[in-house]
Write a protein that binds this ligand. Structure first.
Ligand SMILES: CC(C)(COP(=O)(O)OP(=O)(O)OC[C@H]1O[C@@H](n2cnc3c(N)ncnc32)[C@H](O)[C@@H]1OP(=O)(O)O)[C@@H](O)C(=O)NCCC(=O)NCCS
Length: 140
């Protein structure tokens, strides 16, 4: 790498197009995940987003947690079979037991270099005790 390369504008690749959050899941959309029209079923994408948010929630809560609400879900573009789907999660806020986690989903067509945001939403998770009751975050 030359000295100038480090200062150059980043290439427009999927790794650099996230608008926020940390990469939690990267997977490939498969034919089994399609709707009758042949595009990827929105429910599959929602489940991947829930998994991504739950993964971050588990690290923050340091224990069991559950989804209590999903807000502002937007489907911006279709996901196609073979797309590389990447989920980014970021903690927006915490309450006593709740965590609001924003998830962005990006898709890269199988033979392309660039990607585009396909879906985003806020997931609210609640830290739970062994009885399934809300517990304060940090009380493992
Ligand atoms: C999660 C659950 C234990 C919460 O029970 P609850 O009686 O609503 O508990 P509380 O009223 O004490 O609320 C707990 C926290 O969740 C928040 N919360 C509850 N409902 C919410 C909603 N619809 N939207 C945003 N936050 C919500 C509360 O504000 C509170 O936050 P805080 O502790 O940070 O102040 C209960 O709703 C539950 O078991 N839901 C099912 C969860 C589940 O199975 N998810 C998987 C779906 S298949």
């Amino acid at each position: 790498m030359t000295d100038g390369a480090a200062d150059a504008e980043p290439e427009n690749t999927h790794d650099l197009q996230q608008d926020e959050g940390v990469l939690v899941i990267r997977t490939i959309a498969m034919p089994a995940d399609t709707n009758p029209a042949g595009d990827i079923f929105g429910g599959w994408l929602m489940s991947q987003m829930d998994l991504a948010a739950g993964n971050l929630a588990g690290r923050i809560a340091r224990g069991r947690s559950a989804t209590v609400a999903v807000e502002g879900m937007q489907f911006l573009r279709p996901v196609k079979v073979g797309d590389e789907v990447t989920l980014y999660a970021s903690l927006k806020s915490t309450g006593r037991s709740s965590m609001r986690i924003h998830v962005d989903a990006w898709a890269r067509r199988r033979f392309a270099e660039t990607s585009a945001k396909v879906t985003d939403a806020d997931f609210v998770f609640v830290a739970l005790d062994d009885e399934g009751k809300p517990r304060a975050i940090g009380d493992a």
